[in-house]
Design a protein around this ligand. Structure first.
Ligand code: AMP
Length: 129
């Protein structure tokens, strides 16, 4: 069965999309750990991040870079952290997460953000790429 991210890529499930190209897509994490938490996903469905082809890894990071810079412009933060978990969705992806100086991000503590707030942030980030 297709992963939930493949279903998003194919347009079967909605997302708060930020950008996409032939190889990758970026959208807001629906259960963010911080304001501006974005997922960057290769369109090719591979479960484990370190099974991705080298070329795909390069495409993913090149695609993520201007998005991280755009998040920085929209969300006050020290820098954008990059995390790889892959415990919930078996489709390789990276998390871009705005960090403050205290570095208090916890994946056990999710924010409660409305669809409207996520959509507004996605638009602001897109317009800063
Ligand atoms: P992990 O696989 O452990 O890296 O975590 C998957 C991440 O995907 C979690 O942070 C979820 O909140 C997020 N997530 C799951 N389903 C969706 C969805 N439909 N749209 C956006 N984010 C999602």
């Amino acid at each position: 069965m297709a992963s939930i991210f493949t279903r998003i890529i194919q347009g079967e499930i909605p997302c708060h999309k930020i950008a996409e190209n032939d190889h990758c897509i970026a959208f807001m994490d629906i259960n963010p750990v911080a304001k501006g938490h974005v997922l960057v996903v290769p369109k090719e469905e591979t479960d484990y991040f370190f099974d991705l082809e080298d070329e795909t890894l390069a495409q993913l990071m090149s695609f993520a870079k201007p998005i991280a810079k755009a998040i920085e412009k929209v969300v006050p933060c020290e820098r954008i952290g990059v995390t790889i978990l892959g415990l919930e969705v078996p489709h390789a992806h990276i998390h871009l997460i705005p960090l403050d100086k205290r570095g208090t991000i916890s994946f056990a503590n999710k924010l409660n953000m409305s669809k409207e707030e996520l959509q507004k942030l996605a638009k602001e980030i897109t317009s800063n790429i």
